[in-house]
Ligand binder design. Structure first.
Ligand code: PMP
Length: 336
């Protein structure tokens, strides 16, 4: 898949993006009377539209070029942006492999794209042959997958052989033992890997997502994104988080060990019939009368996610603090 340009919407290829006077004047020294900002205050200036500081750090940590990185207002913005770059409404198709994260489909509906659904196999793996038999602009894959929790196999084979863009959502990668495929963006020009500060970095409120891809893709995404999509405060919070790798690692370690403890305790409950292997910060738990138990937890002010409509008799439980997990177990014991 070498000719990425052919996949991009024609109107986007020829589009002149928004540009500000500061794109030409490349210094932060001066008297700025160009952007109709208020001269008073300390958050009065528009943020850096290209988020250079944040990208510099990510570039050295992930060993990819700055030109291979795009920052989004959460990775949700990136999911949408990719559709708007590659897919003509009413014409192009995307592939999703359910059960998976819901926003790929939501955005496809908003953007008026046809959705080809190729469900995961019984053990929640990809149906490789069925995927490769399709003709679609974007294939959305999520590994570790939400809500099943497992990592997907055979990814590189699919990326290599798929005739369109592969969007690999690695929102939960830091909780997994599997390697990220960010290092493969050079090898596969049709690969976009997305990650987020919302999960392992604990910054869901901040809204920072990242796309790593071939520079051609990133430069076109830059044309389409709103110029000031990531606030100064978002950018600073993300930079700060990257400066503290020890806290990040110990936090992830704690969540992973709580995941195993909670799993063992849940398995000891009579009505729990199965817990799917998880490489993420949640467990997909199969139980008798899942919906009734979900409702009874709500009554006790414990909110989980009922996933029974997508995987029969399951609720998805996010790993909380040790104390929250204890409270959940206590509540479940009362349910019995
Ligand atoms: N991808 C997956 C698989 C998710 O589960 C989520 C959030 N639940 C997102 C993306 C969205 O993340 P963000 O907060 O970066 O928009």
């Amino acid at each position: 898949m070498d000719n990425i340009t052919n996949l991009i919407r024609k109107n986007i290829l020829s589009l002149t993006p928004y540009s500000s006077a500061r794109d030409e004047y490349k210094s932060n020294q001066g008297i700025f009377l160009d952007a109709n900002e208020n001269p008073f205050g300390n958050l009065n200036r528009y943020p850096d539209p290209y988020q250079w500081r944040l990208k510099q750090i990510l570039s050295s940590q992930k060993k990819v070029g700055i030109e291979n990185i795009l920052i989004g207002n959460g990775s949700d913005e990136i999911i949408d942006l990719v559709q708007r770059v590659f897919c003509d409404p009413n014409e192009d198709k995307i592939i999703i492999c359910p059960p998976t994260y819901g926003m790929y489909e939501v955005y496809a509906n908003i953007n008026n794209l046809e959705i080809i659904s190729i469900p995961l196999t019984e053990d929640f793996q990809l149906n490789t042959e069925a995927i490769l038999a399709q003709n679609a602009k974007i294939l959305y894959l999520c590994s570790p997958n939400n809500p099943t929790g497992n990592s997907l196999e055979n990814l590189e084979y699919i990326i290599e052989n798929f005739n369109g863009i592969v969007f690999l959502d690695e929102a939960y990668i830091d909780f997994s033992e599997q390697p990220s495929l960010v290092s493969k963006i050079k090898k596969y020009p049709n690969l976009i890997v997305s990650q987020t500060f919302s999960k392992a970095r604990g910054l869901a409120a901040v809204r920072v997502g990242i796309a790593y891809a071939n520079e051609k893709i990133i430069s076109v995404m830059n044309k389409v994104k709103p110029p000031y999509n990531v606030s100064q405060l978002n950018q600073e919070s993300a930079v700060q988080s990257l400066a503290n790798e020890d806290d990040f690692k110990s936090n992830v370690q704690l969540i992973k060990s709580e995941r195993e403890l909670l799993k063992q305790s849940l398995l000891a409950l009579d009505f729990v019939t199965k817990i799917y292997p998880s490489e993420a910060n949640f467990l997909l738990v199969e139980m008798e009368n899942a919906t009734a138990i979900y409702n009874s937890l709500i009554e006790q002010q414990i909110i989980t996610r009922n996933r029974s409509s997508v995987v029969e008799n399951t609720i998805r439980i996010t790993i909380g603090t040790p104390r929250e997990n204890q409270q959940l177990l206590y509540a479940l014991n009362l349910v019995m």
